[in-house]
Design a protein. Sequence first.
Length: 235
Amino acid sequence: MTVEFDFGGDVVLVTGAGGALGSAVCEAFDDAGATVCGADVVTPDSEDFLLDTDHVHFYQGDFTDEGAVTDTVPAIVDDHGGIDYLANIAGTWRGGTPIAETDVDTFDFLFDVNLKTMFLASKHAIPHVRESSGAIVSVSARSSLEGGEGDGIYRSTKAGVRILTETIAEENLGDLRANAVMPSVIDTPMNREMMPDADHETWVDPADIAEVVMFLCSDAASVTSGAAVPVYGEA
């Protein structure tokens, strides 16, 4: 069965838009007719930037910096009349060392990129998303459900995303919906480079996760808020 979404007339803000998942989410919403505003600290001239900006309004900004967020969110509202949906996609992975050997810089970096961006984008977008009774979707992780060897800081940040999602949902009952998706391993160029011997066939395609993000923003999920939705694929 083919599912089609129609977001014509809606404005979507996607953070981490230049990455593999962020660009897939942007492309999916664009195909569904939305006005897509992609934000990223990485600029389009970087070799790591994967988004085709021909159909996306790009806003460069470091969403770990509240000043940048307070500049970007109002600029989007001024340019496009509001924000109906927020997709908090910005994030990254670091690991490989036990807690006793992990640098505090790694701790700060992961909490900034994975959790602080989600907090700041949500904080400043919520008043606008509430006006349209829209939705916020953020990216947690399957591994956030338990501790694990070598990447406890990453897991903690993604658990934080899940808890903040539940909190935003509770604080805005009846005004907006907030949900999270929990991927296992996403099939991205970076992950393939880091894990060349893994079974990539079991990994989740970013485009498939983007479909779930759109579902959670759509009217089909009108009674769903505060959820953490598995998007594990076969992993």
